[in-house]
Write a protein that binds this ligand. Structure first.
Ligand SMILES: Cc1cc2nc3c(=O)[nH]c(=O)nc-3n(C[C@H](O)[C@H](O)[C@H](O)COP(=O)(O)OP(=O)(O)OC[C@H]3O[C@@H](n4cnc5c(N)ncnc54)[C@H](O)[C@@H]3O)c2cc1C
Length: 267
């Protein structure tokens, strides 16, 4: 149908982003292709190294543990933090990735995990790493006739520790900042959402961790300097509002590191 209808058609999954956009008349598709009851997009599959989730699986199914979480609870925690329960009942993981809001949970969390998506059109199927899938604000490498069919997640090693920190004014809102820290023997994957148009890899923060003893949390000031470097910010040139935003991101990342590195916090 997407091939036939071309740019006049939009996929409708949970409708929790598309319908508000249509209400605001920011999108006025002539046709909606409803995938919310396509059974093939709702299955979950697992083997010893990975789990595959259908793109139309809801945030609620993940929150409630109805599908496997190969990431030691990170997926269920992320799902539970999305909006309100009513939104989680309908919103889907594939819809969130296709919508590509960098303040949303799945783009940042699943990129940090190193997940891939399977993308399919009438002619072709390809597997795309999420690291590279997001091109900008609400923009991905998806073509207009392509559907995300599944998300592939690697299994965490048992010793992996993780933390997800979301800073928002009130529960149920999008985060003003969101940090994911995944630490396993000898390596760290630290990502930040809601800071730029796409999730940002905090490579300078990862290097800071590598230079510290394994369970020692770097000081907030050090983390702030590294976050500024990762966001390409020149601190002396920032105005008050920009400094405030940097501080919010630094505190969010620092909290995530403290939890991921702290032995008494269960992963
Ligand atoms: C009040 C409110 C609060 C919210 N708070 C949060 C929050 O805190 N965190 C958060 O992460 N999200 C939040 N959301 C967004 C919510 O998570 C949405 O469910 C999600 O962003 C979109 O998923 P969906 O299944 O509803 O997609 P839809 O709204 O149906 O579609 C979104 C877009 O993706 C496309 N699409 C959908 N599925 C596919 C697919 N399989 N392949 C290709 N394209 C597809 C559609 O064509 C459309 O362009 C909130 C939404 C609302 C209304």
């Amino acid at each position: 149908m997407l091939t036939e209808l071309g740019d006049d058609a939009k996929i409708l999954a949970g409708g929790q982003s598309l319908l508000p956009i249509m209400n605001l008349r920011l999108a006025e598709p002539a046709h909606l292709v409803d995938i919310s009851r396509v059974g093939d997009l709702m299955g979950a599959d697992e083997d010893t190294t990975s789990v595959t989730l259908g793109a139309a699986i809801t945030h609620q199914a993940i929150e409630d543990g109805l599908v496997p979480d190969p990431c030691l609870g990170l997926l269920t925690t992320a799902a539970a933090g999305i909006g309100y329960r009513a939104i989680r009942c309908r919103g889907t993981v594939g819809g969130s990735l296709a919508h590509a809001d960098s303040a949303a949970e799945w783009p940042t969390v699943l990129t940090a995990i190193g997940a891939d998506v399977t993308v399919r059109s009438a002619q072709d199927e390809r597997t795309v790493p999420l690291r590279g899938f997001f091109h900008g604000f609400f923009t991905t490498s998806l073509e207009s006739d392509e559907l995300i069919t599944a998300v592939h997640l690697p299994r965490f090693a048992k010793s992996t520790r993780w933390a997800l920190e979301k800073t928002n004014r009130k529960e149920g809102e999008f985060g003003e900042s969101m940090a994911v820290a995944i630490v396993s023997e000898g390596s760290a994957s630290i990502w930040l959402g809601a800071a730029k148009d796409v999730p940002v890899n905090l490579a300078h923060v990862e290097t800071l961790l590598a230079d510290h003893p394994a369970d020692q949390v770097p000081a907030l000031g050090e983390v702030r300097d590294r976050v500024a470097a990762d966001l390409d910010l020149s601190v002396p040139e920032l105005d008050l509002a920009q400094r405030h935003r940097l501080q919010i991101h630094a505190v969010t990342v620092h909290r995530a590191l403290s939890r991921a590195l702290s032995p008494e916090v269960p992963a």
